[in-house]
Structures are given as structure tokens and as C-alpha cells.
Design a protein around this ligand. Structure first.
Ligand code: GLN
Length: 547
């Protein structure tokens, strides 16, 4: 019988439900259990694909091409259970499916209502993940208790114990226990209110995970336990971690959360094997190198807009025992202040993806700077497209070269729409999406990094490199080191007369893990470490093999 764990959040948003849910998933997997993760989002968009990064942060893309919430990035980095389209549902998707059923006549004669039709649909997407292959489904409910739009989700999960048995369900509520400086005290009232609201809906949380800046005393835990109707052992402290997010799962183990979950759900398991996570923390604490990387993006001021890229840079640092200092630089600032002023002194420059024209010229200038100064450069999606534009204009000599996304009348549209994209009028879910194969050229930087001739990487874009320009680019030193298996689409380009200049049309950041850094990020950081050592006058033996 599959067990169900529900994670809700109270008091404030951004309380870290995603990371806590991912950590719980990881701890259960470390005990040998088979876990499936799921996020239910109360907003009405069918998926986050149509939302601005300022609204929603990064859109995380899965192998099957679904565009999902960024919390799924935490799940995938921390756990290994498969994530699919069924791992993320929104109110929009739930209603869309119920309305489609109504139009097909599936509810003929009935009045279609929130209870039971919407709640049944919500339960059906939760039960989809259960089955003989799965020991535990962890379902995180987006939003905060008290939000009007999350009510149908809470009502649905309230009903789950009735369907599958109380002994097979566990409700974990993540809450904030703020410290009031003026009173020099931790305050438990917001938690009491939040749990009070949950109980009004009919959900009695089994475990409270309390986010706090200061440790919670036994007395305060007793108070929370009494007012919230849980035993004191079920009040688990989750203190802020200023060193690293990788401390979160370790501290939850220390505070007994995984033990409690397993006892409550009668899951007989071994103790978790935390060796890989202890190793990560050891590498973080004792780095052998320190380098700095500039990420020049359109949405660089928003810390979640390129979440997976920042994480992937950290993973590559862990791989090399290096501390990677990342500066987030707005591409529009490079346009205004110049690359020389903003980008001198970095060991590597990374240009991430994006949509729309703002800041494009700043990206192009940054790429020119990296190319001419021989600084390791990594371009991703729009970053690759801008690398093609820069090369066309400044090396091949194609004046006015551009992407037709930004200049419909460019004399040299080196990036353009494929025919299959020209006819599309719907915006949601219609880009080139999901995992696609690419063949790699033997001996290329890409091949050296992946150590494989074929790879599968995730895509999210409409525009492509324009094949009309391939031979002109090649004649000037650009190598197309990765293409779709039929050779028709450019997937990777690299420079032959540069230490490490590589750009990809796909998003490698969606496949990097702390325990297994992505090969291209590792190679990029390896090149940056080498440049750093050379600049410091290091000997050849100080430099490292790029693997
Ligand atoms: N805007 C570009 C395209 O649609 C790049 C997209 C991206 O960087 N994800 O092709």
C-alpha cells in the first residue's frame, strides 16, 4: 500500500516548502524507499510556462517537455524518483480537465461543483502516482494556509485518509516561528493560528516543521505542541541555514524527522545513508580553489529566475572542490556601462536564456568581451543565440545580423523560426520542449566533457540557428560540435581558437545534481579554474584536467 505524505505551509509564503519536501523525499530514498514527488499549485495558469520570471522565477522543464514549478528542480536535484507531467498540477489544469469532461457529457444530468467534481479530480491526480512501484507519494500543496484558491486542494487532501486509511497518510505542516527583536522572544502565535485554520478545514497536522532564525527551547516546543494538538516529538525545528541548503536534510535527520515519519507510517527501513551529503558539506567547507563567475542575464536581479543555473555552478564547484563566487549582472547594465567596466576580473562568463529584446545588446557585448579576452564562456539557449549573433557581426562581418525574434527585417537572420513554429498561434506549451537527442563531434570540447557521442538534453525555445550561415561560420573558426541526429538543427557551437567557448541551444542546468554535476558545467568551471591559476602565475601542475 502506497503511503501519502502531504506538505502544507503556513504563516508566510517562501517558507521553503519545496526544499523541505525535497529533503524529506531524499531522506526516505536514503532509507531505501521508492518515492514519487508531486506539487499542486493553486494558481489558474495551466502551467507556469506563460508567466514572467519576475512573477514566478524559473520555469523548470522535465524530460517529457512539461513546463513546471521551480520546486520540481529541488525535487530532481535531491531525489531520483521519476518526475513527469503528473508531478505538477495547477488549478487551471484541474478545471480544464473537469470542464472538458463536462463538455464530453461525462457528468450528464449532474450539476458540476467544486465538491465533489473538482476535489475528485484533485484526488485522482494524487492517486495516479500511487501503485506497487511506489512506497511513498509526497504531495506539496503550493500557497499558504488561508489563501482562498488553495481551499479545494486542502478539502481534497482532507478526504484522502477516508479513501486510503488514516494509517497510510501523514500531514506535515511547515510554519514560521519568528523572533521578535523588541521582545527578545520567539513567537508561537502565528503557528497556532495557522494550525487553527487547518483544523477548521478538518486537517489535524501530524508533524509541525518550524522554520526559525533562533533555536526553539523545549518550553516553546511544549507550548506549540499543546496549542496545536500534537505530541512534543512532532514539533521539529528547522533553523535557517546561512552556510548551505545542503545542511537542511542533515539537520532534519538530527532532529528526528525521518525517524518520526517512518514510525508514523509503519515503514520499516534501514537508517539513512548520508555519506554523499556529508561529502558535499565537506567539499563546501574545505575548497581547494576559489573562482568568480559572472552570470550576465536579462533577469539577473531576480534570484530565482536562473535558479537551476546557480545550483549547477555550485555542483560543478563541488565536483572540482572549488568555491564558485557568482555575480549576477544585468545585461542592460553592460549595455549602459560597458563590458570592460563590469566584466573585468572574472574567471568565466555565463549567458543564460531569456525572451524579448531588452538587454540583448548587453549580452552580445559580454560575449565579444569573453571571446576577445579568451575568458571561458558558456552560453545557454538565448546565450547561444546571442553568441551566434556576435560572431556573425564581429567575426564573419555580417552587418545587422540578428535573431528574427528581435529584428524581423534583419538582412542576416542568423537565428530564425523553423517552419513548424511559423504557423503556431497558441502561446502555452507550444515551444520546442523537452528531451531531444544530439550527436557530438569527436574531439570537440563537448565530446571531451560528456565522454559520449550522443546525449539527450532538455529544450525550451522557438528559434534555431539558421543553417544558411553554417559554412560561413565554419570558415571563420566556429565549430558546430553538436547537432540533432539528422544533422538539421544546431545544438552546440564552440570556438576552435579559444580556451573554452561553448554554447548550447538546450538547458543543461535542468540535469545537474549536487551528487553528479553536469559535464558541461564541470568543464566550464574546470576551464575557469585553469584561467584563474594561469592569471595568478600558477605552474602547469597547478592547473587541473578538464573532466
Ligand atoms: N527566446 C529564445 C527562443 O525562443 C530563447 C529561449 C530561451 O532562452 N529559453 O528561442
Amino acid at each position: 500500500m502506497t503511503k501519502h505524505i502531504f506538505v502544507t505551509g503556513g504563516v508566510v509564503s517562501s517558507i521553503g516548502k519545496g526544499l523541505t519536501s525535497a529533503s524529506i523525499g531524499m531522506l526516505l530514498e536514503a532509507r531505501g524507499l521508492r518515492v514519487r514527488m508531486q506539487k499542486l499549485d493553486p494558481y489558474i495558469n495551466v502551467d507556469p510556462g506563460t508567466m514572467s520570471p519576475y512573477q514566478h522565477g524559473e520555469v523548470y522543464v522535465l524530460d517529457d517537455g512539461s513546463e513546471t514549478d521551480l520546486d520540481l528542480g529541488h525535487y530532481e536535484r535531491f531525489t531520483s524518483g521519476p518526475l513527469t507531467r503528473d508531478s505538477n498540477y495547477t488549478t487551471g489544469q484541474i478545471y480544464l480537465s473537469v470542464i472538458e469532461k463536462e463538455r464530453r457529457g461525462q457528468f450528464l444530468g449532474k450539476t458540476v461543483q467544486v465538491i465533489p467534481h473538482i476535489t475528485n479530480e484533485i484526488k485522482s491526480v494524487i492517486y495516479k502516482l500511487a501503485g506497487p512501484e511506489t512506497d511513498v507519494v509526497i504531495t506539496e500543496i503550493g500557497g499558504t494556509i488561508g489563501d482562498i484558491e488553495s481551499l479545494p486542494f486542502l478539502e481534497a487532501i482532507r478526504q484522502v485518509p477516508i479513501d486510503v486509511g488514516k494509517e497510510n497518510c501523514l500531514f506535515i505542516h511547515l510554519t514560521l516561528v519568528p523572533y521578535l527583536k523588541a521582545a527578545a522572544e520567539l513567537k508561537t502565535k502565528p503557528t497556532q493560528h495557522s494550525v487553527g485554520q487547518l483544523r477548521q478545514i478538518g486537517i489535524q497536522p501530524d508533524i509541525l516543521v518550524c522554520r526559525c532564525e533562533q533555536s526553539i527551547s523545549r518550553e516553546e516546543r511544549e507550548k506549540i505542541a499543546l496549542f496545536c494538538n500534537v505530541p512534543i516529538q512532532a514539533v521539529i525545528e528547522e533553523k535557517d541555514k546561512d552556510f548551505s541548503i545542503y545542511e537542511v536534510p542533515l539537520s532534519l535527520v538530527e532532529n528526528g524527522l525521518d525517524d518520526l515519519i517512518c514510525r508514523r507510517l509503519s515503514l520499516s527501513t534501514r537508517q539513512p545513508d548520508m555519506t554523499p551529503w556529508n561529502d558535499i558539506l565537506h567539499r563546501l567547507r574545505y575548497p581547494k580553489h576559489e573562482i568568480s563567475i559572472a552570470v550576465v542575464g536579462k533577469y539577473a536581479e531576480h534570484k530565482d529566475a536562473y535558479k537551476s543555473i546557480y545550483e549547477s555552478l555550485d555542483h560543478a564547484g563541488l565536483h572540482h572542490h572549488a568555491h564558485v563566487r557568482v555575480s549576477r549582472i544585468q545585461s542592460i547594465d553592460v549595455e549602459n556601462e560597458g563590458a570592460e567596466r563590469l566584466l573585468s576580473g572574472y574567471d568565466g562568463i555565463l549567458i543564460p536564456g531569456g525572451f524579448g529584446e531588452r538587454g540583448i545588446e548587453g549580452k552580445v557585448q559580454s560575449i565579444r568581451f569573453a571571446r576577445e579576452r579568451q575568458i571561458p564562456f558558456f552560453g545557454i539557449c538565448l546565450g547561444m543565440q546571442c553568441a551566434a549573433i556576435e560572431f556573425a557581426r564581429n567575426v564573419v562581418g555580417l552587418q545587422g545580423a540578428h535573431s528574427s525574434e528581435f529584428d524581423k527585417d534583419s538582412p542576416h537572420p542568423v537565428i530564425c523560426l523553423l517552419n513548424e513554429q511559423r504557423e503556431i498561434t497558441q502561446m502555452g506549451g507550444t515551444m520546442r520542449l523537452g528531451a531531444q537527442k544530439a550527436n557530438l563531434a569527436p574531439g570537440s570540447l563537448a565530446h571531451q566533457a560528456y565522454l559520449s557521442e550522443q546525449v539527450k538534453e532538455r529544450h525550451r525555445h522557438r528559434y534555431e540557428f539558421n543553417n544558411v550561415y553554417r559554412s560561413q561560420f565554419e570558415a571563420h573558426g566556429m565549430r558546430f560540435s553538436g547537432t540533432s541526429p539528422d544533422g538539421g538543427l544546431v545544438e552546440i557551437l564552440e570556438l576552435t581558437n579559444h580556451p573554452w567557448f561553448l554554447a548550447v541551444q538546450f538547458h543543461p542546468e535542468f540535469k545537474s545534481k549536487p551528487t553528479a554535476a553536469h559535464p558541461l558545467f564541470s568543464a566550464f568551471i574546470g576551464a575557469a579554474i585553469n584561467r584563474h591559476a594561469r592569471r595568478k602565475g600558477g605552474r602547469a601542475t597547478d592547473t587541473i584536467e578538464i573532466v
